[in-house]
Design a binder for this molecule. Structure first.
Ligand code: ZN
Length: 80
């Protein structure tokens, strides 16, 4: 098995306003707005800026880091 949950150190975990965890793959930055598949709330963001109703899923981020996931490269994603 390569990578963590099927992606290779290129993705980050976030939560919708209702706490549903989702993953942004590729660079891990929020470039596309979408809807939570669980509740339909807006998720994602634009231009590497996360929708301000969303949050990082730190529990998952920390697990990912243990698995070799790269730190979030964006200023708003730091401060873990
Ligand atoms: Zn949701």
């Amino acid at each position: 098995m390569s990578g963590f949950l099927g992606f290779n150190t290129r993705g980050h975990f976030y939560q919708c306003p209702n706490g549903h965890v989702y993953v942004i793959t590729e660079c891990g930055g929020a470039m596309v707005e979408s809807k939570c598949p669980e509740c339909g709330c807006a998720i994602g963001g634009r231009d590497h800026t996360l929708n301000n109703t969303n949050a990082r899923a730190m529990d998952f981020e920390n697990i990912g880091r243990d698995e070799g996931l790269a730190d979030n490269p964006f200023a708003w994603g730091r401060g873990a």
